[in-house]
Structures are given as C-alpha cells and as structure tokens.
Design a protein around this ligand. Structure first.
Ligand code: GAL
Length: 471
C-alpha cells in the first residue's frame, strides 16, 4: 500500500469537522458491554516514564532543568526540577497497590539508561535486579509489564558524545538493549523500543525546549532518521536476546514503539495552511510509520534536508503499533518559524490545563487511520493535565468510548494505557501540570498519593472488562 497517499486522503477526511461521537457505552455508567466489544486479553492499564516519577536521576536533563534560554526564560516553566519526583524508585509496593486498586491488568514503565549504565560499559546490577523484581511482581499480580527502553532521556556520557547527532548513539543504545533484554527477558514479553521519536526530535531540535535546545530543521530530520534506525536495531536485538516466553502464549517478545500522533487541522481553506498542515502530518505522523512498514526512511524538508535511505532489518520490526493520542492542533502557516507554522487551539474549544484541545473524536480517527497498517494497536498513552481532577473522568470515558467504537468498526485495538498513574514531572512544563489518576502531594515526606475522581471511572471500565479492582 502507498502509505503517503493513504495519509493524504486520511488527512483530508480529518480536516472536515466531524459530528460528535455517538455514545457507545450506554448512559447507565455500567460499562457492562465492554467484553463483547473488545478482544479477549485486552490490556487496560497506566503508563509512566522513569525520569518523570522515579526521582534521584542524573542524566542529560539534570543540568538542563536548572538552566535558562537565551531570552532569560527558564528551561522548565515552573522552575521545578525532576529531583525526587514521586520517589517511585522506592515506592514500588505502594504504586503496585494503586494498580491493583484500579483493577489494571497492564503497566507500561520505562527503564532508565543512566541508572543502569551510569558510565560507558559500567553496569548497575542492583538497579537491574530491582527492575526485574518489578516485572516479576507485576506479573504475579496479573499485571502485564510493558517495558519502554528509551523514554526521552540520555545518560550524560551519551549526550556529551553528541546524543542523537552521533551515529554511535545507535550502537550504544543497541548494547544497552541487549543487556536489558537478557536481564528482563524472563519476566517481560512486551517491549516498547522508543517513546515518541517525533516529539523528542521536535522538542529538542525544532522548538528548542528539550536538551540540547536547538532550532534546526536539518538536525531534527537527521536525529529522527537515527532514532528510526535505532528502533530497527533494537527490535532485532530483543528478538535475539529475549528467549523466554514469560506468559506462555507462544511468543518470547512482542515489539512496538510508542508513536505520538497529533491531528493537524488547517486553520483555514487557504492553500498555504493546508499545504503546511499536510506537510506536518507527513513528517510528524507518517514518516516513522512508513519507514517501519517499508524498511526505507524518506524524510524531506524542501530546501533543508532530503533523506532517502534503505535500512536493513527495519521492515517487519513492529509486532504492534503504540499510539499516544492527546489531541489536535490547528495549523496556520508561518514560514518564519522553524516548524513553518503556528499551532493553536481556537478559543471556543474545551481545553486541558495545558491548553490542549480535548477532542475524543480524534482517538477514533487516529485508530481508524493506523489500522490500515494491519498491525495490532495499543493506545500506549492518553491523558489530561487537570489539576482539580474535574475533567479527567469525562476525558477518560469519552476517549475510551471512541476506542470501543473503533474496535466495533473493525480496528484491531488490543489495549489502552492511561497517562498517567501518578502526577509526574512534565518535562519543560515542570511539576505543575497534573496528569495523575492519583494526585501526588510533592511537599509531603512520603509523597502521598491521593485518588482523583477518575479512579472510580477507571475501576468501572475495568469491571466492564471483567477485571477485578481490589478494595
Ligand atoms: C507524552 C510523553 C510523556 C508525557 C505525556 C504528557 O508526549 O510521552 O512523557 O509527558 O506526553 O504530556
């Protein structure tokens, strides 16, 4: 199939304002008909990332978090640092208890490279043992561990060698992957190689708000190509070194990546707005998918970069596709900006605390669009910054509804991971945005976790799926 052509027509469909989604779960709050709509073994859980919750880390973000942009504004908007974060490194028992209370049967978490390999070739056995014990304990609790190998951060020693601007980073991440696959393979079958290569490169090399804070289209595209190559290498390594079928389903590993998909809606009928929105859609949403499907990376920014490269072992590297869906941007052409556009949300739209458009219909459309790949899909992230916890229940319910509708319309969607279990360090935004089903009291000595109202919504859905929330 020609995916670029497909992407264009899907994009045209997205650009039309859709009708509100019909309610498929019923209005009686029972969620009782879910099992008949979703595949057996549907994974329903939460997602986190090491740097955002563990605390006590030292990596390429550590100095960055304390720094300032050239205009004097802080790298982290609210001037907090990741610091002790939720102290999840030391509070796994408690967090596991929260997952049991939710009735979750899956947990997506990341292993932190800088913790496991603090210096090149130096391996932290104790930390590796702890991650292994987490995976085992999750499994014992009936919670499928899904392990992300790279979620945005790099060890300092990798960053100082050039990070994603250096081909060697691919080799270094490949050796790291081999060690982790050997160590955790007995307890882990679900692997997510990379989290959101497109977001990482856009934030680091286009918007300049993640380290190293540059704004250069060429570097952005080159870094993205390296990440795609890294994904291919990692997938092959996991297949080779994870030799244990942890859950007895006949597969030793199931490999995917978490791909952030945004809907870019042209601000107007002007051809320029439409061209730029279409370009962003292809670069941001489609390039990685095309590359993994076809084994060939093609990235083009007219006048800046043309990459067209066959990558051995990339084709077939995905057993499943992870979709991180948060919402939609309206796009107005602005050729003076490195991203060639201004992205905004119209004033009449409902928004999260971060001003992101709340648009559940997009979940349906994105799932439909990517089902054309023919791979099982997991929603590996979806959530809302909502510090009062007032909007999260409706957000969860309406997005899950859209997912169920997509499944009923034939999409092979196998799981949903809510971002996030806990409030956490939200990168350049700091600790202020609150994404947690559980609110974290950062000021308290025990980083107290408190349920938000959406915990009940999550439990209702879990019951509808035949899971058994505790307590
Ligand atoms: C994703 C990212 C997560 C989290 C989330 C909420 O892009 O993977 O780490 O920050 O957004 O903003």
């Amino acid at each position: 199939m020609n995916f670029s052509r497909f992407a264009r027509s899907a994009f045209d469909a997205l650009a039309k304002d859709p009708h509100p989604s019909p309610c498929v779960l019923g209005s009686d709050d029972t969620f009782g008909n879910l099992r008949s709509s979703l595949p057996a073994g549907f994974l329903f859980g939460t997602a986190t990332a090491a740097h955002q919750i563990e605390g006590g880390l030292d990596n390429d973000w550590t100095d960055w978090e304390r720094g300032f942009h050239a205009d004097g504004s802080p790298h982290v908007k609210d001037r907090t640092v990741s610091g002790a974060a939720c102290d999840s490194w030391n509070r796994f028992d408690e967090d596991l208890g929260l997952m049991r209370h939710l009735g979750a049967n899956a947990y997506r978490f990341s292993v932190e490279w800088s913790r496991l390999e603090p210096a090149e070739g130096q391996w932290n056995d104790e930390a590796a043992e702890r991650y292994l014990s987490w995976a085992r304990r999750l499994r014992e609790a009936g919670i499928e561990p899904m392990v992300t190998l790279h979620h945005f951060t790099l060890p300092r020693w990798v960053a100082t060698q050039g990070g994603w601007m250096n081909d060697r980073t691919i080799d270094l991440l490949a050796s790291f992957t081999e060690r982790v696959a050997k160590k955790l393979g007995s307890a882990v079958d679900s692997w997510c190689t990379l989290n959101e290569p497109n977001v990482l490169m856009a934030m680091s090399y286009l918007k300049g708000v993640f380290p190293p804070g540059l704004k250069d289209q060429r570097l952005c595209a080159q870094g993205l190509a390296r990440l795609i190559r890294a994904h291919g290498r990692m997938a092959n390594i996991i297949r080779e070194y994870d030799t244990v079928d942890a859950d007895g389903d006949g597969f030793t590993s199931r490999i995917g990546l978490a791909h952030h998909v945004r809907i870019f809606q042209p601000a107007s009928r002007s051809p320029l707005d439409r061209i730029i929105a279409g370009f962003m859609d292809r670069f941001f949403n489609q390039a990685i998918i095309d590359a993994s499907a076809q084994g060939r990376i093609t990235l083009s920014i007219p006048g800046a970069v043309e990459i067209d490269e066959e990558v051995p072992n990339l084709k077939g590297s995905l057993d499943w596709l992870g979709i991180n869906y948060y919402g939609r941007d309206h796009v107005r052409a602005d050729l003076s900006d490195p991203s060639m556009s201004e992205q905004y949300v119209p004033a009449d739209r409902p928004v999260s605390d971060l001003g992101w458009d709340i648009w559940p219909e997009g979940m349906y459309q994105v799932l439909k669009r990517y089902s054309a790949l023919g791979l099982p899909i997991y929603v590996t992230e979806n959530g809302i910054a909502d510090h009062r916890g007032e909007k999260r229940s409706v957000f969860l319910r309406s997005h899950f509804e859209a997912l169920v509708r997509a499944a009923r319309d034939g999409v092979d969607v196998r799981g949903y991971f809510h971002w996030s279990l806990l409030d956490n360090f939200e990168w350049a935004e700091g600790h202020e945005p609150r994404f947690g089903l559980y609110r974290v009291d950062y000021a308290s000595a025990d980083k107290r976790r408190e349920a938000t109202p959406a915990v009940e919504t999550f439990r209702q859905i879990a019951r509808g799926l035949g899971l058994e929330p505790e307590g």
